[in-house]
Design a protein around this ligand. Structure first.
Ligand code: KDG
Ligand code: MG
Length: 403
């Protein structure tokens, strides 16, 4: 028995907000978990402090599955991003503790390494095609084998995913939601041109990815996927809002462009049909927003049966704790596909000392016991919480549009 003696929530903003759970045990072994939900951080902090932590004190930290079942199955109100991020933070922290107590890097407890490193993709974005491709070139020079391309849409003032700071793209940009204007017609015209130019300039070897951010209808998405076919994308992401899983049938029926979805999914129920009908090729659910390692493992196991691979969300709003957990998880499963790798700022990396490292297009979780990541609480306290929202999206006539 490794008794949980204390648990606390640390909210910090070293450039952006992060919510971290730290669990202590009577053996002096502690663990960390990420509970960050972009733009809704304090809701998860409260869920943890007010509702979960009182139930954790005195429990056996080794009983990870039982704790997960207690927090999920034992609750009347299930699922949803706030609940599942909070459960995930507990789950990550308990896995961290168990692996530290064993003196092993976490991936060893998950079955050991299935590969030497985790293929990652970087983010190239620019206002114009030329600028985007220059950025892609920069990633290729850094050794990246896969790059996501997002470019400004001609005729639109601003485009989500195209940032002014090329290295540290921060999606939550204002204390109240800022507004972008969207035109599906303009976007559908310019995007195939971007990828035609990319293949011309970058050649056929580099993996190219693209994120639609849920902005299309099924038939529009089908058209885009079909128009992009000649450029052999690694994946087309979040082509439609995925509340309606059967929507993907229409895209699938028209194109062989590989499809990825799921960064906003919270549980296996959000992707069950997508996986069982083989409507997607990559599942993007993360250890953070889909209930921790314990639940993501179930999703990945189901996906493996249907030849769907993982491609975990790894934007800057997921802390280095999630990145470490994703790497230990990804290196240990048979159906790992790719890992998103968006750079955190130097301030963030200083608050979260970590052992994972990049080399030659791959990330490695490192050999430190546990997750190999911690939080410097004294430094974290120097960065108080700042309210920040993701932008919203309107059509040119002013009506609200999908994320
Ligand atoms: O919180 C929202 C971001 O994580 C998201 O917009 C980033 O779409 C994203 C991605 O693929 O990383
Ligand atoms: Mg995305």
């Amino acid at each position: 028995m490794l008794k949980i003696t204390d648990a606390r929530v640390i909210v910090t903003c070293p450039g952006r907000n992060f919510v971290t759970l730290k669990i202590e045990t009577d053996a002096g072994v502690s663990g960390v978990g990420d509970a960050t939900l972009n733009g809704r951080e304090l809701a998860v902090a409260s869920y943890l402090s007010d509702h979960l932590i009182p139930c954790l004190l005195g429990r056996d930290a080794h009983r990870i599955e039982d704790t997960w079942q207690f927090l999920y199955r034992g609750a009347y109100w299930r699922r949803g991003p706030v609940t599942m991020a909070a459960i995930a933070a507990v789950d990550m922290a308990l896995w961290d503790i168990k692996a530290k107590a064993a003196g092993l890097p976490l991936y060893q407890l998950l079955g050991g390494a299935c590969r030497e490193g985790l293929l990652v993709y970087g983010h190239a974005n620019g206002e114009t095609t030329e600028e985007t491709l220059r950025e892609a070139q920069r990633y290729i020079e850094l050794g990246y084998r896969a790059v996501r391309l997002q470019s400004g849409v001609p005729g639109l003032k601003s485009t989500y995913g195209v940032s002014s700071d090329k290295d540290f793209y921060e999606p939550a940009d204002a204390a109240l939601p800022s507004e972008n204007v969207w035109s599906t017609e303009k976007y559908l015209r310019s995007t195939p041109q971007l990828f035609a130019a990319a293949r011309e300039k970058l050649g056929g070897d580099i993996h190219l990815l693209h994120d639609v951010h849920h902005r299309l209808t099924p038939i529009e998405a089908a058209r885009l996927a079909k128009d992009l076919e000649p450029y052999r994308l690694f994946w087309l992401e979040d082509a439609v809002p995925a509340e309606h899983q059967a929507n993907f049938r229409q895209i699938r029926a028209h194109s062989t462009t590989p499809l990825a979805v799921g960064e906003v999914f919270n549980s296996i129920w959000d992707c069950k049909q997508l996986i069982e009908e083989q409507l997607i090729d990559y599942i993007r659910a993360s250890v953070l927003h889909a209930g921790g390692i314990t639940h993501l493992r179930r999703i990945a196991n189901l996906a493996d049966l249907y030849k769907v691979r993982t491609g975990c969300h790894g934007a800057t709003d997921l802390s280095p704790v999630t990145m470490a957990a994703a790497l230990h998880f990804g290196i240990s499963i048979p159906n790992f596909g790719i890992q998103e790798y968006m750079q955190h700022t130097a301030e963030t990396l200083a608050v979260f000392p970590h052992g994972y490292h990049y080399g030659d297009g791959y990330l490695h979780p490192g050999e430190a016991p546990g997750l190999g990541v911690d939080i410097d609480e004294a430094l974290a306290a120097q960065y108080p919480y700042r309210r920040a929202y993701l932008p919203i999206n309107r059509l040119e006539d002013g009506s609200m549009h999908d994320w």
